[in-house]
Ligand binder design. Structure first.
Ligand code: NAP
Length: 243
């Protein structure tokens, strides 16, 4: 097993994922830049390396079994283990998403990326994570997935527009995170969900009010939790987010 601390960030070619990779790389870690597009991935790796970060490209489409298996083999060859997995890749699915008018195919596509993709990648990486002394998994969720907030009196203000694909995909991801935490309880694997806040990225047409680096901060905190840190919880910068 190599001595290096190894992280993989999915969807790391831009936005919050890129900044998570930059932040973990700044700790001196080796960071796998998971991205499906060759040109965008290599551009991100070059940019990170220019900042002195030990970045390496990991071709990865989270909706594809063969791509995910190949990514696990690449990390096996590169390092022989994985310390941190940040499941960041996601899509919004396009708006509007009113439930009564949505194309069911939109919901299926969003869930395939935002939920099944996380399960696919996590399970492919699990053998590598189990070889780490302190495995951490961070699932990039969103407060729009908080059923408590969606059911609250000020949902429009706290969780944005009605979105029957994207918002429930994050509720589903939160529920999935809890199931992993239950199974992994008693092991050294800590798994948590993170909300980055409303960040200006492609995902929302750059309407967000936070910078990608600000959005990355909570993921970096959860990726670097001590051994007695929390698991099976949902956090943003202000603390725990209600499920
Ligand atoms: P973004 O700029 O659109 O980046 C999304 C990333 O996911 C891109 O790298 C994209 O790659 C990648 N991706 C999408 N589908 C993929 C697939 N099938 N395989 C591999 N990569 C794929 O969005 P972001 O705002 O940084 O979002 C990052 C995370 O934060 C997401 O989980 C999002 O739901 C969450 N989040 C964001 C906000 C916000 O305000 N921005 C708020 C709450 C939660 P391509 O370049 O190839 O498309």
């Amino acid at each position: 097993m190599s001595e290096r601390t190894i992280a993989l960030v999915t969807g790391a070619n831009k936005g919050i994922g890129y900044e998570i990779a930059a932040g973990l790389g700044a700790l001196g870690w080796s960071v796998g830049v998971g991205a499906r597009d060759d040109r965008r991935r290599e551009a991100a790796v070059e940019k990170l390396r220019a900042c002195g970060i030990d970045a390496f490209g990991v071709p990865l489409d989270v909706t594809d079994d063969a791509s995910t298996a190949a990514a696990a083999r690449l990390i096996e060859d590169e390092a022989g283990h994985l310390d941190v997995l940040v499941n960041n890749a996601a899509i919004a699915g396009g708006f509007p998403q009113e439930p009564t008018r949505v194309d069911p195919a939109t919901v299926r596509t969003v869930v395939e990326t935002n939920v099944i993709g996380v399960i696919r990648v996590t399970n492919a990486m699990m053998p590598l994570l189990r070889r780490s002394a302190a495995p951490r998994i961070v699932n990039m969720s969103s407060s729009v997935g908080s059923l408590t907030r969606q059911a609250g009196p000020a949902a429009e203000q706290t969780t944005g527009p009605i979105a029957v694909a994207y918002a429930p995909s994050k509720s589903f991801l939160n529920a999935v995170t809890l199931q992993y935490a239950r199974e992994l309880s008693g092991t050294n694997v800590l798994i948590n969900a993170a909300c980055p806040g409303y960040v200006a990225t492609d995902l929302n047409g750059f309407r967000g009010v936070r910078t990608p680096a600000q959005g990355a901060a909570i993921a970096i905190t959860l990726a670097t939790l001590p051994d007695d840190g929390p698991t099976g919880r949902f956090f943003d910068d202000a603390g725990q987010v209600p499920w």
